[in-house]
Design a protein around this ligand. Sequence first.
Ligand code: FAD
Length: 302
Amino acid sequence: MAVNEEFISRILSICEAYADEPMSRHTTFRIGGPADVLAEPASVAQLKAVIDLCGEKNVPFTVIGRGSNVLVSDGGVKGAVIKLGPKMSSVRFENGRIYAEAGATLASVYSCAYANGFAGFEKLAGIPGFVGGAIRMNAGAYGIEIKDVLESCDFLENGELKTVSAEEAGLSYRHSIFCDRKDAVIVSAVFKCENRAESREEILREYLTYSAKRRESQPLNMPSAGSTFKRPANGFASRLIDEAGLKGFRIGDAEVSTKHAGFVVNRGGATAEDVLKVIEAVRKTVFEKTGVTLDPEIVYLE
Ligand SMILES: Cc1cc2nc3c(=O)[nH]c(=O)nc-3n(C[C@H](O)[C@H](O)[C@H](O)COP(=O)(O)OP(=O)(O)OC[C@H]3O[C@@H](n4cnc5c(N)ncnc54)[C@H](O)[C@@H]3O)c2cc1C
């Protein structure tokens, strides 16, 4: 069934929601047509009610967090987009663990560890995603991944609240069991703090070192979704793209960043179509020159 007025008024009786909401407002690429409806539940109960309603009315749903690893089609997203963000973003420390809701930023998880004198989150703090998206993607940077700090997470699936350990979550390079279980929505996570620092200054110094590295190497002043491609075996996608002479390659307003060849940036008015064309051209050229097939890391939503 399509989203209609009755569906929207029922969603609005559950939580904050917006009809025909431009997804460009909810993605770091600043690209994407409208979602039929975008709902922002503020609790697991509200989330469950929204998902139940989608099931009852046969409306497909898609969950997003910060929208920092997605490319949304110019035609938008059919059905309901459920955003788990600032409205479900509590973070607390208890007994050597950090309990975070899915919409908490990785930066706030780092801040909580810092405030309690624990190291181990400094390299993850600069990843712009929220906890749910970061677990789904097993996000990582500078040799550390979510896999290394996650103890367990809770998720809703088929109306049931379930828990998996980090091991059961099947975290591997930019992958987890959640990539293959489209109806499973991560609602919260427990992170382990095992590394008590000598001093908070030491944690801060490490954090500042890696923030500076990011600023030096990444086009953080331009909209993007981070690394476009996964790391191929034996190498870096950015190096292959750079060596293929593709830095600055542009279609419309979508461009292979001149600062970091692994990023595609939006120069202002890029469409999803432009980005897809750049991705295809880059894959084709790199394959022709090196024989390596690059697989996109970015998730395409429509
Ligand atoms: C400037 C920049 C730098 C980046 N640097 C890095 C980096 O160093 N390392 C790295 O790994 N990534 C990096 N990224 C990519 C991105 O930030 C991460 O993949 C991040 O973890 C995605 O989180 P998100 O909340 O934005 O997820 P989204 O982009 O909103 O969603 C990503 C996927 O997860 C799903 N999802 C989101 N929330 C949930 C949930 N609660 N339950 C189930 N599924 C969910 C979505 O459906 C989608 O399939 C970078 C991105 C940018 C823009």
